[in-house]
Design a binder for this molecule. Structure first.
Ligand SMILES: [Zn+2]
Ligand SMILES: [Zn+2]
Length: 449
């Protein structure tokens, strides 16, 4: 068994940094200590650290270690949070553990070195609501831990790295644009503090007592399949059936990330194949029995923010576009000129009825695109909830529809755990292992340390 690791989290990158050290911090494990308000900036090729008393220069990098590990913290000034979101703002953030500074591309990268269990307490506290069931929190603790351990394992191997995207703006030899996007690895640290990896704000906000309990009770536990740490994907709502990994990212089969019917009564055999167009349309227009079919605000608030709880149903939803709207969106997102949109034709669907390929027929251009995220990007100003959609054309004039009505199921890629479904399962009294076994078929909970 491994020992509980420390992890490196990239917080920010700036020309100069101001921070406050609450206690004494040893500089690079030496006898020199620093405390109070400190400045760091680049001075030629070194990092210069100064306070009112001293000025120190370090080549490339420096690590500041707290003398009292459990009580000391450092506070970073003016950290930008919610980058590119409407609520983007600056705040001072507090962190426990060590502070590492290094030079990268003429900036100082600020890295927090922290025990993994403390990191998990922070990320799950900021992601999950305080009133979530302990079952849900424990399931989430295990998948967050598995995800981070899988990143560590990947970093150890460092060879044969999984591709992180296939991304082209030009049609391939088949005349199609089939793109997918996965998370790109970081160079100088394991994970960043933003939504790109998992949002991490140190000890800035108080930690949720239930989260601490869930983490303590699952300490060191991860999900494994075939002796490999699982790549524990999850999304907001599967829409009744989860999707297979290969239909959203690289074409690889992960047996524990294949399609699962999101209830406990339906056997997969009963469900018609949703890769079939007729079945898919019926499915999206029906309301099948599923854990994620809930409008209970108390449960939804466990995994959604307030704004999204109020937005309405993500299990089955509907949007309408005028010809002008859809043409503008597609022409802008594609950076191409399709002219007016004549048709949007489903070409290929995955196991959850999510579109993997969609043919766009315009007056000036016709093109097939995929995979699911690319389709969601091209059909909405932000992102379409999901690509499990049916498309109806209305009021044809000279073969050109005046309206498109899109009906959809679910929210997100739909692979792995369905967060809304898992929240409902937790409320119904299913244990965290039952929840995990339901969504990740054949995976087992094991102690990593
Ligand atoms: Zn990241
Ligand atoms: Zn679901």
């Amino acid at each position: 068994m491994e020992t509980s690791p420390n992890i490196l989290v990239g917080i920010l990158s700036k020309k100069s940094i101001s921070f406050y050290l609450s206690g004494k911090y040893r500089v690079n494990n030496s006898e020199t200590t620093l405390f109070g308000n400190v400045q760091a900036q680049i001075n030629r090729n070194s990092i210069q650290i100064s306070n009112s008393e001293i000025k120190l220069d370090f080549k490339n990098e420096v690590v500041l270690l707290p003398c009292a590990i459990s009580s000391d913290y450092f506070e970073l000034k003016d950290v930008t949070i919610g980058i590119d979101f409407h609520w983007e703002q600056k705040e001072d953030q507090k962190f426990q553990g060590a502070l590492k500074l290094l030079i990268n591309d003429d900036n100082i990268e600020v890295i927090n070195i922290i025990p993994i269990e403390n990191y998990l307490a922070s990320v799950i506290s900021s992601e999950m609501n305080a009133n979530s069931s302990l079952n849900l929190l424990k399931a989430h603790a295990i998948i967050s831990r598995s995800w981070i351990i899988a990143q560590i394992e990947k970093q150890k191997k460092a060879v044969n790295e999984k591709a992180f995207s296939e991304n082209s703006q030009k049609p391939d030899s088949e005349g199609e644009i089939i793109n997918w996007y996965d998370r790109k690895d970081h160079q100088n640290y394991l994970v960043c503090a933003d939504d790109h990896c998992q949002r991490y704000q140190g000890i800035t906000r108080s930690h949720n007592a239930n989260v601490i309990k869930a983490i303590r009770e699952t300490q060191g536990q991860i999900l494994k399949y075939d002796n490999e740490v699982c790549d524990t994907r999850y999304s907001k709502s599967c829409g009744g059936v989860s999707e297979s990994y290969k239909n959203c990212w690289e074409t690889i089969d992960y047996p524990y990330l294949t399609s699962v019917v999101d209830n406990k009564e339906n056997d997969k055999n009963i469900l018609p194949k949703l890769t079939n167009e007729e079945n898919a349309i019926k499915w999206i227009n029906s309301s099948p029995k599923a854990f994620c079919d809930t409008t209970d605000k108390k449960i939804l608030s466990q995994v959604l923010n307030d704004y999204d709880v109020e937005t309405g149903n993500s299990f089955r939803w509907k949007i309408e576009y005028s010809q002008k709207e859809i043409a503008e969106i597609i022409n802008e997102k594609s950076n191409m000129d399709f002219g007016q949109i004549i048709d949007l034709i489903p070409v290929e669907r995955g196991d959850s009825a999510r579109l993997i390929k969609l043919k766009i027929v315009g007056t000036k251009k016709t093109l097939t695109i995929g995979k699911e995220l690319e389709i969601r990007k091209w059909l909405s100003k932000s992102h379409l909830y999901s690509s499990a959609i049916t498309i109806e054309k209305q009021n044809l004039k000279n073969n050109i529809p005046e309206q498109f009505i899109i009906k959809g199921a679910g929210w997100g890629h739909g692979v792995g755990l369905c967060q809304i479904g898992a929240a409902v399962m937790g409320e119904k009294g299913y244990s965290h292992t039952e929840i995990l076994n339901h969504y990740y078929k054949g995976a087992v909970v094991e102690n990593y340390y």
